[in-house]
Design a protein around this ligand. Sequence first.
Ligand code: GTP
Ligand code: MG
Length: 215
Amino acid sequence: MYEEHGGVREYTFKVLVVGDIGTGKTSLVKRLKFNTFSDKLNSTVGVDFVMKEIKWDDKTIVRLQLWDIAGQERFGNLTRVYYKEAVGAFVVFDVTRKSTYENAAKWKSDIDGKVLLPQDEKTIPMVLLANKCDLPEKKNFPAEMMDNYCNECGFVGWEETSAKDDINIDKAAYFLVSQVFERIKAGEPSLTTGDTVKVGGTGGGAAGGGCSMCG
Ligand SMILES: Nc1nc2c(ncn2[C@@H]2O[C@H](COP(=O)(O)OP(=O)(O)OP(=O)(O)O)[C@@H](O)[C@H]2O)c(=O)[nH]1
Ligand SMILES: [Mg+2]
């Protein structure tokens, strides 16, 4: 899962970005990678890939290989292929459409049924994103309701995001990475005793505390 060069560990994590059509998956990925936003994006066909490098701390680099999966793929047969070897996922819904929130649970169970982490044969950590929080409809998803939904569905946490106004996207990415590291530490005895891999650290963001995520 990692390579070591001159004392620096480089991890590559395959992360899925799923959710209904038009919830803002491609917009979130583009904001994360290029820091841009457009209100005239085409609907994704199949899957797009974006690599985002994060300097986690002085000894750790994380390469997020983001798989931006078309919302319409929930009705196709390819998701099993796309999900293969993923270690984490974002499930995105749109605060202006309640049905996309309800379907987040379906996306999660689709992934739960098709991919397990090799180290512990358990389901991969998933973070729920309430996207388009720049719009007034975000008030329909209060924190308590989101906390409960996360607990019921088994999301490791949630965050309200806006690809348009660049709100909480880096924070959500750091949080998911911290969850993946937790699972790696738990699954690899050699890493539980050493201090080589530091979760959080200088780039810790959400992992460093003060995060509104549940779970
Ligand atoms: N107001 C607002 N609009 C957004 C935000 N994120 C995305 N949008 C808009 O929502 C529409 C759909 O965004 P996409 O990123 O293409 O959605 P998607 O989830 O990739 O859709 P599929 O590829 O069809 O699955 C576009 O018109 C975006 O401009 C946001 O945070 N706020
Ligand atoms: Mg898309």
